[in-house]
Write a protein that binds this ligand. Sequence first.
Ligand code: NAD
Length: 413
Amino acid sequence: MTSHIKVPQGGSKIVPGQAIPDNPIIPFIEGDGIGIDITPVMIKVIDAAVEKAYGGQKKIHWMEVYAGEKSTRLYGSDEWLPKETFDALKEYSVSIKGPMTTPVGGGIRSLNVALRQELDLYQCVRPVQYFKGVPSPLKHPELTNMVIFRENTEDIYAGIEWAVGSEGVKKLTKFLQEEMGVKKIRFPESSGIGIKPISVEGTSRLVRAAIKYALDNDRKSVTIVHKGNIMKFTEGLFRDTAYQLAQKEFGAELIDGGPWCKIRNPKSGREIIIKDSIADAFLQQILLRPAEYDVIATTNLNGDYISDALAAQVGGIGIAPGANISDQYACFEATHGTAPKYAGLDKVNPGSLILSAEMMLRHLGWVEAANLVIKSMEAAIGDKQVTYDFARLMDGANELSCSEFGDAMIARI
Ligand code: NAD
């Protein structure tokens, strides 16, 4: 297969476990639909923040790699995720991507899911913070400030399921009824069946990452969100494993006999409370008492619902950032889709991808540049210089195009 990737001159590879070079090569996937609008704006804003923060001492060397519709045009009609793209994402460790069309039919369920599984990106990290001036349905959206760690590889999401009437479902139903003594499948003839695996290993690595994050960033609590009251051996296992890990690996001490416990952060001397909440109650609590929650560790499906609910709470669906992370690799991404009707119109909000790149800067340890990105976004929104999605909900806003919003940020860096 012909190679289409051009490795930029003068850049260095990021090698897991080694210091981040000042000139890292970062592969990026432009993305389909509005990817062509938001990705160049993201690069321009990030380059400006890095230049301002380090005066030329540090610089990202962007390397385009291809996936989605663009790769089918370059590599051939079935090449949604070429091997050389996978190889580059592995070889260069840290990458960023725009949204991608989900192919209809064919072998790939979803490009995003394929990437997560192949690179074993087991943490889906979504910070949720409020930017002053963003239209929100809450009276006090500023009280919401959380970081969600969603398990990304297990749960009902693993895709282990059989369609109604299929050979697989018939075999499984027979096995369950005859060999496992299951009598509770209410309508065995017309059921589809999905399997929900949750493991000690999968839970441990996710919760470990969440607690480490809380320690590194001096956060006040980690809440384990689960449905363990009903699904005792899966969601309940998640909760129990999380509490045990906090005690075994982080020396957490029980509060009033448990199960809540606390860890003293050696860096700040402050305590981090480890607590849990049942998912349905949690969805009430984040509306009623958002200030009581900080870092969230949860299973895959719960995390899916919670991410969107929290993003909406701060008015941030268009600007919600995200990352998929493993111990070796990290892929930062816009959390919205390709919004095809706006593609190429230079209209949509580039905020989600820019804030995902801001997370990437923090991941690299380039905190000064990351802070400038946040500061300039706060300033642009505070000055009511916003794209259409916010402008239509704000009084007195000046509606900017996608690229103009990027320039408004750069002017405030
Ligand atoms: P979508 O997020 O693309 O669009 C829904 C609506 O949200 C748009 O019509 C628009 O009004 C708004 N919107 C989205 N991004 C915006 C932005 N940056 N600024 C302002 N408004 C924005 O969701 P969809 O229409 O359900 O999906 C379209 C395609 O995207 C599908 O192929 C889907 O599979 C794919 N998708 C990809 C990802 C991903 O790559 N991470 C995520 C979700 C959906």
